[in-house]
Ligand binder design. Structure first.
Ligand code: SF4
Length: 120
């Protein structure tokens, strides 16, 4: 069986073919033009992850401002929906600095939720 993927690591969008045997083991990867693409294809077939991006409200003296946040690294694709629900429960008070960690070990993963800008 061959899985056809489009690499999303950079804008080149290389078409990558991953060949699997009957047990689902990878037997060949072709079409990538750099090692990042090969690693992406391996991960996408065996354990797909995604960076989760969203916004969280921050209460300031002037009202509520939306803070862009994202995971510090990819989380398992199947956790994205639960992750969005968890983020909806959070409300912060100012100040928040870009790079502040809002949640450590989000959903039990190695990823943190990180602030994308200052809200002071
Ligand atoms: S294989 Fe390499 S060059 Fe091609 S899209 Fe992926 S990262 Fe970019």
């Amino acid at each position: 069986m061959v899985k056809e993927l489009t690499c999303v690591v950079c804008p080149a969008g290389c078409k990558i073919n991953v060949t699997l045997d009957e047990s689902g083991n990878i037997t060949d990867i072709s079409g990538y033009t750099c090692i990042r693409g090969k690693n992406y294809a391996q991960s996408e077939v065996t354990h797909p992850v995604r960076t989760l991006t969203s916004t969280i409200p921050v209460i300031t003296k002037t009202g509520e401002h939306m803070l862009p946040v994202k995971t510090s690294t990819g989380i398992p694709k199947e956790l994205i929906f639960d992750g969005m629900k968890e983020l909806k429960k959070i409300k912060l008070t100012h100040p928040v600095k870009a790079g502040d960690i809002i949640v450590h070990g989000f959903l039990g993963t190695d990823a943190d939720i990180v602030a994308g800008k200052d809200v002071i």
